[in-house]
Write a protein that binds this ligand. Structure first.
Ligand code: FES
Ligand code: MG
Length: 575
């Protein structure tokens, strides 16, 4: 133990024999606490992203009680602090706009309250990076409690996965082969328990990354939300948070370069969502161990996808992954691709947490020699269309399109795109490269998940099922197709995508990682001089702040002023 009670932040609120100290004690007593509740005890904040609009965290009201139980058992004083919930299902226009708001809230909640350490409760897509980003910047000891995936979807004897299955059956509904009653049954069956999406979409990817970073207890991220192991994990996390305070186990000792590399390898082995690039880059920059797009490309080339989970895998879902051995099983398969000496929240190296890890179903968690894909869940492209990079999932597109040239057909907005794709008689050629621009961090705004541009009816009619699509948007972790995403800098701030014209030839070469337009420098300079910046999307409020400070996708879309090293460190509050 390296800290004594007198060293703790919370002691500065509770112990001084002065009028302000007395006020803090008196107001704690107003809630029914006695001096025995805080004297000599670390205060552990529980940042709970529960809300009535957050189905993925519906169990957090109860689960926080299990965290508290653990904190009390270990002699801590739990203090639950509700935080912005960021429900992927209900928050518009996109939760991505508010990820940084939750990150700010996390940092400031911890800074302004009498707390010594924290348990962060999240899981639905953006909540994981947001909570971790803020807690990294604040620097107090913290542990992450992932919400856990929901149960497998089930209706009429069929298994359903979040995301793609809904879309697939919606097409049937449009075709009239599914009745309204059956559809209501599907709606009730596809998401039938609390917990986050149970495919390897953004939520499961990000919680796996959290475990890879070492900020969860070993195995925590794969436990289904409805499994009693989840309560036990929540309580154990509470107990551990108290110990971490005494041990002064701050995040800079855990989220090191080695930990970030481990998280990157884990992400690749899961066949991660493209959103992982933005979030892991943002977290790594907060931790002072920055990685960039080129690190993803490098890791992708040497890390096979071994989690056979939808959408990259064929059949299985997160519940199957847990029964097959979970993330500990997967990490054990990765062998020396991971730095097992990296310290975790347990106070011990990552390798210790993998001892005894087994794989119980080698079809779900593959070996390195029998992977789902040998390499390349992601490729990073560069060229005169995206000097700061763009991203594609080669495994998710028709191999015939890996090297492709064709004329651009441009939509400047989503309604324009809709008009193009719904026009059955559009005279586009089959090699067309369909482009959506002004859908980036500024333009979207917030980089909405529009990047899986729908196949145009004019090409569907000719039997085509995939085509090269290009945008500065993101796409859902469960989407697929030859979609080039995250083109940076985005069109709305005058990135080269803004200079592309209908009919310009776009050259995509995935093996050589290039993305170019056949327009010479002189002509580009001419177009650049003619380009007029569109007005910012917001003129007041949080959106205004967002517009002023958001960085491009290759930098993780963080606000520039939230980078941990931006300006002088913030002083501890005057108490
Ligand atoms: Fe919450 Fe998918 S909607 S994780
Ligand atoms: Mg999603």
């Amino acid at each position: 133990m390296s800290k004594t009670y007198a060293d703790l932040r919370s002691a500065r609120w509770f112990t001084p024999d002065d009028f302000r100290g007395s006020g803090h004690r008196s107001r704690a007593m107003q809630m029914g606490y006695a001096p025995e509740d805080w004297e000599g005890r670390p205060v552990i904040a529980i940042l709970n992203t529960w809300s009535d609009a957050q189905p993925c965290h519906a169990h957090f009201k109860d689960r926080a009680e299990w965290v508290k139980r653990g904190i009390l058992q270990e002699g801590g004083f739990p203090m639950e602090l509700p935080a912005l919930s960021l429900s992927e299902s209900f928050v518009k226009p996109t939760t991505m706009i508010y990820r940084n708001m939750l990150a700010m809230e996390t940092e400031e909640l911890l800074r302004s309250h009498p707390v010594d350490g924290a348990v962060l409760m999240g899981g639905c897509d953006k909540t994981t990076p947001a909570l971790i980003m803020g807690a990294l910047s604040m620097g107090l000891p913290f542990i992450y409690v992932p919400a856990g995936p929901m149960l497998r979807g089930n209706y009429a004897g069929k298994i359903f996965g979040s995301g793609t299955d809904g879309l697939k059956y919606w097409d049937e509904r449009r075709a009239g082969t599914i009745t309204k009653e059956q559809w209501t049954g599907i709606e009730g069956g596809i998401a039938r328990s609390y917990g986050h999406c149970m495919t390897m979409g953004t939520a499961s990817t990000m919680t796996a990354i959290a475990e890879g970073l070492g900020v969860t207890l070993p195995g925590a991220s794969s436990i289904p939300a409805a499994d009693a192991n989840h309560q036990r994990m929540a309580a154990a996390s509470g107990r551990r948070a108290v110990e971490m305070v005494w041990e002064d186990l701050t995040p800079e000792k855990i989220v090191t370069k080695a930990a970030v590399e481990n998280a990157l390898t884990v992400a690749m082995a899961t066949g991660c969502s493209t959103n992982a690039l933005i979030h892991l880059i943002a977290m790594s920059r907060r931790a002072g161990a920055p990685i960039g797009l080129e690190d993803f490309d490098r890791a992708s080339r040497v890390t096979p996808v071994i989690a056979n989970i939808r959408p990259s895998g064929k059949e299985y879902l997160m519940e199957d992954f847990f029964y097959a051995g979970g993330l500990r099983g997967l990490m054990a398969q990765l062998g020396d691709k991971l730095d097992r000496s990296a310290l975790t929240v347990t106070g011990k190296p990552l390798g210790d947490g993998l001892e005894g890890a087994e794989v119980y179903n080698e079809d779900v968690i593959r070996s390195l020699s029998n992977p789902v894909y040998h390499e390349g869940s992601l490729a990073v492209l560069k060229g005169n269309l995206a000097p700061d990079g763009a991203v594609i999932k080669p495994a998710a597109c028709d191999p015939a399109l890996h090297v492709h040239s064709g004329p651009a057909l441009i939509a400047n907005s989503y309604p324009e795109l809709k008009a193009i794709v719904d026009d059955e008689d559009h005279p586009m050629s089959p090699d067309t490269v369909l482009v959506l621009r002004n859908a980036g961090p500024h333009g979207g705004p917030g980089m909405p998940e529009w990047g899986m541009l729908p196949m145009p009816k004019a090409l569907l009619k000719r039997g085509m099922r995939d085509m090269v699509r290009l945008s500065d948007a993101r796409m859902s972790g469960t989407a697929f197709g030859a979609c080039i995403l995250h083109a940076a800098p985005e069109a709305y701030v005058g990135g080269p995508l803004a200079l592309l014209k209908d009919g310009d030839i776009v050259d995509l070469d995935i093996p050589n990682r290039s993305l170019n337009m056949r327009v010479d420098e002189e002509e580009l300079a001419r177009r650049r001089a003619e380009w007029k910046a569109p007005p910012p999307r917001y003129q007041r409020g949080y959106g205004y702040l967002f517009t002023k400070h958001i960085q491009q996708a290759d930098k993780g879309c963080d606000f520039n002023f939230l980078l941990t090293e931006f300006g002088d460190p913030v002083d501890e509050p005057v108490i």
